[in-house]
Design a protein around this ligand. Structure first.
Ligand code: SF4
Length: 295
């Protein structure tokens, strides 16, 4: 799509519609998109994903213009947490560092010490000097990290979760396994601990793509947003991928249509702006994450 617009790079998340992924210059998870946003040179970046992803690209690229095709496309988990919640948690745990999952608003990132994604959350937490960590806003990812670190993790808010991944049940996973004997079950760390306990592999979408290439299983049950499945099929065409549940659909990711992407490129709008000093403070937390060595 951007062949006719050499001044534009289109970045798409693994969860957006397959036709948008097909049109993109790069497709990836949150960490890959954050890194790619800083490694491309075009004056315009179009982010096909939810609003925090476009904000992140704008924060990391203050000299470039970032377009978000549908500003109404917001992460329901990010909406559950305010900067005031972070400040209250800091007051309750004054010795703790604050780690903000990238699925947060710019205003929340501005109150954090460092950001993380599902791909690097354990490494980020273990990189800190502090023995206590306030982890926002996904309680399931917080529990996943807590099981893999010696540090004390305070999950804030106690109800924080992704409604899409939270809805997957261990019974649905068991039913999918029974329907596909011999299949490997991969789930995202945003799923509940009960679901993670019955999975064979837990990882970010990028980790799932790598695991899908390596597994000897001919069929893989996928416990994350269904948008990843066409990507897995393209990447490992000899294998079969089935959703752990048909309900693993993020409506906000699906708001990003090809028509809206085309309109954003044609009109060079809507432009994403993050005001100062929020942008500078959020950039510090993001750049601290990006400065960690890649796994
Ligand atoms: S899948 Fe969940 S975490 Fe990802 S954008 Fe949708 S609501 Fe947010």
């Amino acid at each position: 799509m951007t062949r006719n617009h050499p001044d534009v790079t289109l970045l798409a998340h693994n969860y957006v519609r397959p036709e948008v992924q097909d049109a993109a210059d790069f497709v990836g998870d949150s960490l890959e998109l954050a890194r790619l946003a800083t490694r491309t040179a075009t004056p315009y970046l179009v982010v096909a994903g939810v609003d925090f992803m476009a904000e992140t690209a704008a924060i990391l690229n203050p000299d470039r213009t970032v377009l978000h095709p549908e500003p109404c496309s917001s992460c329901a988990m990010a909406l559950r947490l305010t900067p005031g919640d972070v400040l209250a948690a800091r007051a309750a745990h004054p010795d703790a560092a604050v780690v903000a999952y990238v699925n947060t608003s710019a205003a929340v990132k501005a109150e954090a010490d460092i950001c993380c994604t599902s791909a690097n959350a354990v490494r980020v937490v273990n990189s800190l000097d502090e023995d206590e960590v306030i982890f926002v806003p996904d309680r399931n990812l917080a529990a996943y990290v807590a099981a893999r670190t010696a540090k004390t993790i305070h999950a804030v808010p106690a109800i924080g979760c992704c409604p899409v991944h939270q809805a997957l049940t261990a019974d649905e996973v068991r039913a999918a396994r029974a329907a596909h004997p011999g299949a490997e079950v991969m789930v995202h760390p945003e799923t509940t601990p009960a679901v993670q306990a019955v999975a064979d592999f837990i990882g970010s979408t990028a980790a799932m793509i790598r695991r899908a290439r390596e597994t000897p299983a001919a069929t893989v049950i996928v416990g994350t947003e269904v948008g990843l499945i066409p990507r897995l099929e393209r990447d490992s065409p000899q294998k079969r991928f089935v959703p752990a549940s048909p309900y693993l659909v993020c409506p906000d990711m699906k708001m990003i249509t090809l028509e809206l992407v085309e309109a954003a490129i044609a009109t060079r709008s809507p432009v994403v702006t993050v005001p100062e000093p929020v942008a500078s403070r959020a950039r510090t937390a993001l750049e601290r994450m990006l400065a960690l060595p890649e796994a």
